[in-house]
Design a protein around this ligand. Structure first.
Ligand code: PLP
Length: 390
Protein backbone atom coordinates (compact mmCIF):
# COMPACT_ATOMS: atom_id res chain seq x y z
CA UNK A 1 0.00 0.00 0.00
CA UNK A 2 1.30 3.47 -0.90
CA UNK A 3 0.07 5.81 1.89
CA UNK A 4 -0.71 9.52 1.33
CA UNK A 5 2.08 10.53 3.75
CA UNK A 6 4.82 8.76 5.67
CA UNK A 7 7.82 9.55 7.87
CA UNK A 8 11.36 8.49 6.98
CA UNK A 9 13.68 7.09 9.67
CA UNK A 10 17.25 6.00 8.95
CA UNK A 11 20.00 4.32 10.99
CA UNK A 12 21.36 7.72 12.06
CA UNK A 13 17.99 8.61 13.63
CA UNK A 14 17.93 5.31 15.52
CA UNK A 15 21.49 5.84 16.79
CA UNK A 16 20.63 9.37 17.97
CA UNK A 17 17.67 8.14 20.01
CA UNK A 18 19.62 5.20 21.41
CA UNK A 19 22.39 7.52 22.57
CA UNK A 20 19.90 9.53 24.64
CA UNK A 21 18.54 6.37 26.24
CA UNK A 22 22.07 5.66 27.49
CA UNK A 23 22.55 9.24 28.76
CA UNK A 24 21.56 10.98 32.00
CA UNK A 25 18.66 12.91 30.50
CA UNK A 26 15.41 11.44 29.29
CA UNK A 27 13.09 14.41 29.54
CA UNK A 28 13.91 18.05 28.68
CA UNK A 29 17.69 18.46 28.74
CA UNK A 30 20.67 19.26 26.48
CA UNK A 31 19.07 17.75 23.34
CA UNK A 32 15.99 19.95 23.75
CA UNK A 33 18.17 23.02 24.03
CA UNK A 34 20.25 22.05 20.99
CA UNK A 35 17.07 21.37 19.01
CA UNK A 36 15.76 24.84 19.92
CA UNK A 37 19.03 26.51 18.96
CA UNK A 38 19.17 24.62 15.66
CA UNK A 39 15.62 25.57 14.63
CA UNK A 40 16.12 29.20 15.71
CA UNK A 41 19.35 29.43 13.66
CA UNK A 42 17.74 27.78 10.63
CA UNK A 43 14.60 29.94 10.60
CA UNK A 44 16.45 33.12 11.54
CA UNK A 45 14.32 33.76 14.62
CA UNK A 46 16.08 34.91 17.81
CA UNK A 47 14.36 32.43 20.16
CA UNK A 48 12.75 29.01 19.96
CA UNK A 49 10.86 26.99 22.58
CA UNK A 50 10.34 23.25 22.05
CA UNK A 51 7.15 21.70 23.44
CA UNK A 52 5.33 18.38 23.53
CA UNK A 53 3.37 18.84 20.27
CA UNK A 54 2.13 21.44 17.78
CA UNK A 55 -1.23 21.84 19.52
CA UNK A 56 0.51 22.65 22.83
CA UNK A 57 2.66 25.14 20.90
CA UNK A 58 -0.48 26.89 19.59
CA UNK A 59 -2.05 26.89 23.06
CA UNK A 60 1.07 28.44 24.64
CA UNK A 61 1.23 31.01 21.83
CA UNK A 62 -2.32 32.27 22.47
CA UNK A 63 -1.64 32.30 26.23
CA UNK A 64 1.64 34.19 25.84
CA UNK A 65 -0.09 36.72 23.57
CA UNK A 66 -2.59 37.35 26.39
CA UNK A 67 -5.62 36.26 24.39
CA UNK A 68 -8.58 35.47 26.61
CA UNK A 69 -12.28 35.82 27.40
CA UNK A 70 -13.86 38.70 25.47
CA UNK A 71 -11.29 38.52 22.66
CA UNK A 72 -11.65 36.98 19.22
CA UNK A 73 -9.12 35.25 17.01
CA UNK A 74 -9.36 34.76 13.22
CA UNK A 75 -8.04 31.69 11.43
CA UNK A 76 -8.62 29.81 8.17
CA UNK A 77 -11.60 27.47 7.74
CA UNK A 78 -9.36 25.05 5.80
CA UNK A 79 -7.00 23.81 8.49
CA UNK A 80 -6.64 21.14 11.11
CA UNK A 81 -8.98 21.81 14.06
CA UNK A 82 -6.01 22.61 16.34
CA UNK A 83 -5.45 26.07 14.75
CA UNK A 84 -8.95 27.14 15.79
CA UNK A 85 -9.05 25.26 19.10
CA UNK A 86 -6.07 27.32 20.33
CA UNK A 87 -8.50 30.25 20.57
CA UNK A 88 -11.16 28.23 22.41
CA UNK A 89 -8.62 26.90 24.96
CA UNK A 90 -8.08 30.43 26.27
CA UNK A 91 -11.76 31.38 26.25
CA UNK A 92 -11.66 33.50 23.07
CA UNK A 93 -14.23 33.48 20.29
CA UNK A 94 -13.05 31.89 17.04
CA UNK A 95 -13.79 33.56 13.70
CA UNK A 96 -12.86 32.34 10.24
CA UNK A 97 -11.74 34.24 7.14
CA UNK A 98 -12.55 32.41 3.89
CA UNK A 99 -9.76 31.07 1.71
CA UNK A 100 -8.34 32.41 -1.53
CA UNK A 101 -9.18 29.61 -4.02
CA UNK A 102 -5.83 30.08 -5.83
CA UNK A 103 -3.68 29.32 -2.76
CA UNK A 104 -6.11 27.64 -0.29
CA UNK A 105 -4.73 30.12 2.31
CA UNK A 106 -6.74 32.68 4.27
CA UNK A 107 -7.64 35.57 1.95
CA UNK A 108 -6.47 39.00 3.10
CA UNK A 109 -9.70 40.50 1.77
CA UNK A 110 -11.87 38.07 3.77
CA UNK A 111 -9.72 38.84 6.81
CA UNK A 112 -10.28 42.55 6.34
CA UNK A 113 -14.06 41.94 6.22
CA UNK A 114 -13.96 40.06 9.50
CA UNK A 115 -11.86 42.81 11.11
CA UNK A 116 -14.40 45.39 9.98
CA UNK A 117 -17.26 43.38 11.47
CA UNK A 118 -15.57 42.53 14.78
CA UNK A 119 -13.62 45.06 16.81
CA UNK A 120 -12.29 42.64 19.44
CA UNK A 121 -9.91 40.57 17.31
CA UNK A 122 -6.68 40.20 19.28
CA UNK A 123 -4.91 37.53 17.23
CA UNK A 124 -4.79 36.38 13.63
CA UNK A 125 -3.66 32.79 13.07
CA UNK A 126 -2.85 32.32 9.37
CA UNK A 127 -2.08 28.75 8.28
CA UNK A 128 0.50 28.13 5.54
CA UNK A 129 -1.61 25.46 3.88
CA UNK A 130 0.42 22.50 2.58
CA UNK A 131 3.49 24.66 3.25
CA UNK A 132 2.57 27.48 0.84
CA UNK A 133 3.38 30.78 2.57
CA UNK A 134 0.46 33.13 3.30
CA UNK A 135 0.43 36.75 2.15
CA UNK A 136 2.16 37.80 5.39
CA UNK A 137 2.72 41.44 4.50
CA UNK A 138 -1.00 42.10 3.97
CA UNK A 139 -1.93 40.07 7.04
CA UNK A 140 0.63 41.87 9.23
CA UNK A 141 -0.48 45.30 8.06
CA UNK A 142 -4.17 44.46 8.72
CA UNK A 143 -3.18 43.14 12.16
CA UNK A 144 -1.26 46.34 12.96
CA UNK A 145 -4.19 48.52 11.86
CA UNK A 146 -6.44 46.59 14.26
CA UNK A 147 -4.10 46.16 17.25
CA UNK A 148 -3.98 42.41 16.77
CA UNK A 149 -0.96 40.10 16.88
CA UNK A 150 -0.09 37.46 14.28
CA UNK A 151 0.64 33.85 15.24
CA UNK A 152 1.64 31.79 12.20
CA UNK A 153 0.53 28.17 12.13
CA UNK A 154 3.47 26.73 10.19
CA UNK A 155 2.73 23.10 11.06
CA UNK A 156 2.92 22.34 7.31
CA UNK A 157 5.65 24.76 6.43
CA UNK A 158 9.01 23.84 7.97
CA UNK A 159 11.60 24.16 5.20
CA UNK A 160 9.55 26.64 3.16
CA UNK A 161 10.34 30.31 2.51
CA UNK A 162 8.36 33.53 2.12
CA UNK A 163 8.25 35.36 -1.23
CA UNK A 164 11.28 37.45 -0.13
CA UNK A 165 13.39 34.32 0.40
CA UNK A 166 13.44 34.41 4.19
CA UNK A 167 12.69 31.14 5.98
CA UNK A 168 9.21 30.51 7.33
CA UNK A 169 9.47 30.91 11.10
CA UNK A 170 11.76 33.98 11.09
CA UNK A 171 8.78 35.97 12.49
CA UNK A 172 9.51 39.06 10.38
CA UNK A 173 5.74 39.58 10.05
CA UNK A 174 4.47 37.88 13.17
CA UNK A 175 4.89 37.71 16.93
CA UNK A 176 5.27 33.93 16.95
CA UNK A 177 5.40 30.98 14.56
CA UNK A 178 4.34 27.48 15.51
CA UNK A 179 5.65 24.17 14.10
CA UNK A 180 4.60 20.53 14.49
CA UNK A 181 6.82 17.46 14.31
CA UNK A 182 4.07 14.88 14.03
CA UNK A 183 5.25 12.01 11.76
CA UNK A 184 3.29 13.20 8.70
CA UNK A 185 4.89 16.67 8.90
CA UNK A 186 8.28 17.68 7.39
CA UNK A 187 10.32 16.08 10.19
CA UNK A 188 9.21 13.60 12.84
CA UNK A 189 9.76 13.59 16.62
CA UNK A 190 6.98 11.07 17.29
CA UNK A 191 5.18 14.02 18.87
CA UNK A 192 6.71 17.46 19.08
CA UNK A 193 6.23 21.16 18.53
CA UNK A 194 8.17 24.42 18.53
CA UNK A 195 7.44 28.13 18.83
CA UNK A 196 9.81 30.71 17.36
CA UNK A 197 9.79 34.42 18.26
CA UNK A 198 11.98 37.52 18.20
CA UNK A 199 10.35 38.96 21.33
CA UNK A 200 12.35 38.37 24.50
CA UNK A 201 9.45 38.92 26.92
CA UNK A 202 7.29 36.47 24.97
CA UNK A 203 10.17 33.98 25.00
CA UNK A 204 10.45 34.08 28.81
CA UNK A 205 6.70 33.81 29.16
CA UNK A 206 6.64 30.73 26.91
CA UNK A 207 9.39 29.07 28.96
CA UNK A 208 7.43 29.72 32.16
CA UNK A 209 4.07 28.55 30.73
CA UNK A 210 5.67 25.35 29.40
CA UNK A 211 6.66 24.40 32.97
CA UNK A 212 3.62 24.97 35.22
CA UNK A 213 4.05 28.77 35.25
CA UNK A 214 7.04 28.32 37.53
CA UNK A 215 9.78 30.92 37.39
CA UNK A 216 13.29 29.87 38.30
CA UNK A 217 15.10 33.04 37.34
CA UNK A 218 16.20 35.13 40.37
CA UNK A 219 15.87 38.49 38.67
CA UNK A 220 12.14 38.18 38.20
CA UNK A 221 10.98 36.74 41.53
CA UNK A 222 8.02 38.62 42.96
CA UNK A 223 8.47 37.91 46.71
CA UNK A 224 11.64 39.88 47.34
CA UNK A 225 11.10 39.56 51.11
CA UNK A 226 12.13 35.91 50.67
CA UNK A 227 15.77 36.94 50.38
CA UNK A 228 18.31 36.52 53.20
CA UNK A 229 20.30 39.29 54.93
CA UNK A 230 22.56 39.51 51.84
CA UNK A 231 19.63 40.02 49.46
CA UNK A 232 19.99 36.52 47.99
CA UNK A 233 17.32 33.91 47.36
CA UNK A 234 17.86 30.37 48.70
CA UNK A 235 19.08 27.86 46.12
CA UNK A 236 15.83 25.83 46.30
CA UNK A 237 13.55 28.85 45.90
CA UNK A 238 11.12 29.06 42.97
CA UNK A 239 7.84 30.83 42.31
CA UNK A 240 4.68 29.82 40.47
CA UNK A 241 3.63 33.17 39.11
CA UNK A 242 0.83 32.13 36.78
CA UNK A 243 -1.09 29.02 35.76
CA UNK A 244 1.04 27.01 33.35
CA UNK A 245 1.17 23.47 32.03
CA UNK A 246 3.49 20.54 31.63
CA UNK A 247 4.16 20.88 27.90
CA UNK A 248 7.76 19.65 28.10
CA UNK A 249 9.24 17.62 25.27
CA UNK A 250 11.64 14.77 26.02
CA UNK A 251 15.30 14.59 24.97
CA UNK A 252 14.42 11.28 23.31
CA UNK A 253 12.07 13.14 20.96
CA UNK A 254 14.51 16.02 20.46
CA UNK A 255 17.40 13.72 19.54
CA UNK A 256 15.18 12.27 16.82
CA UNK A 257 14.11 15.79 15.81
CA UNK A 258 17.70 16.98 15.52
CA UNK A 259 18.77 13.98 13.48
CA UNK A 260 15.73 14.40 11.23
CA UNK A 261 16.39 18.12 10.92
CA UNK A 262 19.83 17.48 9.43
CA UNK A 263 17.93 16.04 6.44
CA UNK A 264 15.40 18.88 6.05
CA UNK A 265 16.74 20.22 2.72
CA UNK A 266 16.93 16.69 1.34
CA UNK A 267 13.32 16.07 2.43
CA UNK A 268 11.93 19.32 1.00
CA UNK A 269 13.85 19.02 -2.28
CA UNK A 270 12.60 15.51 -2.93
CA UNK A 271 9.03 16.63 -2.20
CA UNK A 272 9.51 19.55 -4.58
CA UNK A 273 10.68 17.22 -7.37
CA UNK A 274 7.71 14.93 -6.85
CA UNK A 275 5.33 17.92 -6.90
CA UNK A 276 6.79 19.11 -10.21
CA UNK A 277 6.25 15.67 -11.73
CA UNK A 278 2.63 15.54 -10.54
CA UNK A 279 1.95 19.02 -11.94
CA UNK A 280 3.34 17.95 -15.30
CA UNK A 281 1.41 14.68 -15.33
CA UNK A 282 -1.99 16.25 -14.64
CA UNK A 283 -1.55 19.21 -16.98
CA UNK A 284 -4.06 18.11 -19.60
CA UNK A 285 -6.27 15.85 -17.55
CA UNK A 286 -9.99 16.72 -17.73
CA UNK A 287 -11.85 17.74 -14.56
CA UNK A 288 -8.66 17.78 -12.49
CA UNK A 289 -6.28 20.58 -11.43
CA UNK A 290 -3.67 21.06 -8.69
CA UNK A 291 -5.44 22.80 -5.77
CA UNK A 292 -2.75 25.43 -5.28
CA UNK A 293 -2.42 27.30 -8.56
CA UNK A 294 0.00 30.02 -7.51
CA UNK A 295 2.72 30.84 -5.00
CA UNK A 296 3.82 27.28 -4.52
CA UNK A 297 7.47 27.72 -5.61
CA UNK A 298 8.48 28.53 -1.97
CA UNK A 299 6.33 25.87 -0.34
CA UNK A 300 7.41 23.29 2.23
CA UNK A 301 5.23 20.85 0.18
CA UNK A 302 3.58 19.13 3.12
CA UNK A 303 0.83 17.55 1.00
CA UNK A 304 -0.23 17.44 -2.65
CA UNK A 305 -3.90 18.24 -3.17
CA UNK A 306 -5.84 17.85 -6.41
CA UNK A 307 -9.18 19.49 -7.10
CA UNK A 308 -11.36 17.11 -9.04
CA UNK A 309 -14.79 18.05 -10.35
CA UNK A 310 -16.37 14.78 -9.31
CA UNK A 311 -19.80 15.72 -10.71
CA UNK A 312 -18.38 16.23 -14.19
CA UNK A 313 -16.07 13.21 -13.86
CA UNK A 314 -19.17 11.10 -13.15
CA UNK A 315 -18.06 9.46 -9.89
CA UNK A 316 -18.14 10.37 -6.21
CA UNK A 317 -15.04 11.18 -4.19
CA UNK A 318 -15.65 8.05 -2.12
CA UNK A 319 -15.76 5.93 -5.31
CA UNK A 320 -12.55 7.61 -6.50
CA UNK A 321 -10.79 6.90 -3.20
CA UNK A 322 -11.97 3.29 -3.20
CA UNK A 323 -10.71 2.84 -6.76
CA UNK A 324 -7.32 4.15 -5.68
CA UNK A 325 -7.35 1.85 -2.68
CA UNK A 326 -8.12 -1.18 -4.90
CA UNK A 327 -4.92 -0.26 -6.76
CA UNK A 328 -2.94 -0.09 -3.50
CA UNK A 329 -2.94 3.69 -3.21
CA UNK A 330 -3.94 5.67 -0.13
CA UNK A 331 -5.50 9.14 -0.22
CA UNK A 332 -6.97 11.64 2.24
CA UNK A 333 -9.00 14.86 2.44
CA UNK A 334 -7.36 18.00 3.88
CA UNK A 335 -9.56 19.25 5.43
CA UNK A 336 -13.24 19.21 6.33
CA UNK A 337 -13.79 22.98 6.92
CA UNK A 338 -13.50 23.56 10.68
CA UNK A 339 -16.79 25.56 10.90
CA UNK A 340 -18.58 22.42 9.57
CA UNK A 341 -17.50 20.37 12.59
CA UNK A 342 -20.38 19.60 15.01
CA UNK A 343 -18.63 21.41 17.86
CA UNK A 344 -18.23 24.59 15.78
CA UNK A 345 -21.76 24.26 14.36
CA UNK A 346 -23.06 24.24 17.91
CA UNK A 347 -21.12 27.48 18.52
CA UNK A 348 -23.24 29.06 15.78
CA UNK A 349 -20.93 29.04 12.76
CA UNK A 350 -22.62 29.05 9.37
CA UNK A 351 -20.77 27.26 6.62
CA UNK A 352 -22.48 29.35 3.92
CA UNK A 353 -20.28 32.23 5.10
CA UNK A 354 -17.26 30.47 3.55
CA UNK A 355 -18.23 29.68 -0.06
CA UNK A 356 -14.63 29.25 -1.27
CA UNK A 357 -13.86 26.80 1.52
CA UNK A 358 -16.97 24.76 0.65
CA UNK A 359 -16.30 24.54 -3.06
CA UNK A 360 -12.67 23.64 -2.34
CA UNK A 361 -13.74 20.97 0.14
CA UNK A 362 -16.15 19.34 -2.32
CA UNK A 363 -13.31 18.74 -4.78
CA UNK A 364 -10.19 18.24 -2.64
CA UNK A 365 -8.24 15.02 -2.59
CA UNK A 366 -4.73 14.52 -1.19
CA UNK A 367 -2.57 12.02 -3.06
CA UNK A 368 0.71 10.41 -1.90
CA UNK A 369 3.64 12.73 -1.26
CA UNK A 370 6.57 11.92 1.01
CA UNK A 371 10.36 11.79 0.90
CA UNK A 372 10.73 8.06 0.28
CA UNK A 373 8.03 7.83 -2.42
CA UNK A 374 9.86 6.15 -5.31
CA UNK A 375 9.63 7.38 -8.91
CA UNK A 376 7.94 4.16 -10.00
CA UNK A 377 5.46 4.41 -7.12
CA UNK A 378 4.60 7.92 -8.19
CA UNK A 379 4.13 6.64 -11.79
CA UNK A 380 1.71 4.08 -10.42
CA UNK A 381 -0.28 6.83 -8.68
CA UNK A 382 -0.35 8.98 -11.82
CA UNK A 383 -1.42 6.08 -14.06
CA UNK A 384 -4.14 5.07 -11.61
CA UNK A 385 -5.61 8.58 -11.48
CA UNK A 386 -5.53 8.95 -15.27
CA UNK A 387 -7.20 5.59 -15.65
CA UNK A 388 -9.92 6.28 -13.06
CA UNK A 389 -10.73 9.69 -14.52
CA UNK A 390 -10.73 8.04 -17.91
C1 PLP B 1 -0.58 18.95 12.62
C2 PLP B 1 -1.17 20.29 12.76
C3 PLP B 1 -1.31 20.94 13.99
C4 PLP B 1 -1.11 20.24 15.30
O1 PLP B 1 0.11 19.66 15.48
P1 PLP B 1 0.28 18.39 16.49
O2 PLP B 1 1.75 18.32 16.62
O3 PLP B 1 -0.34 17.22 15.80
O4 PLP B 1 -0.40 18.73 17.77
C5 PLP B 1 -1.74 22.24 14.01
N1 PLP B 1 -2.06 22.89 12.87
C6 PLP B 1 -1.98 22.30 11.66
C7 PLP B 1 -2.31 23.08 10.44
C8 PLP B 1 -1.53 20.98 11.57
O5 PLP B 1 -1.48 20.38 10.37
Amino acid sequence: MIPYGKHYIDEEDIQAVTAVLKSNYLTQGPMSQEFEETVAAYTGATFAVAVSNGTAALHLATLAADIGVGDSIVTSPITFVASANAGLYVGAKVLFADIDPQTVNMSAEALQNQLQKHNNVKAIIPVHFAGLPCDMESIKSLADDNNAVVIEDAAHALGGTYADGRKIGCCSNSLMTVFSFHPVKAIACGEGGMITTNDEAIYHRLLRLRGHGINKSTDSFLYTEQTDENGLFASWYYEMQELGYNYRITDIQCALGLSQFSKIELFVNRRKTLVGRYDQAFLNLDNCIPAQMSGRENSGHHVYVLRIDFDKAGLSRQQFMLSLKERGIGSQVHYIPVPMQPYYQQLGHEIKDYPNAISYYKQAITIPLYYSLKDEEQEKVIDAIKEILG
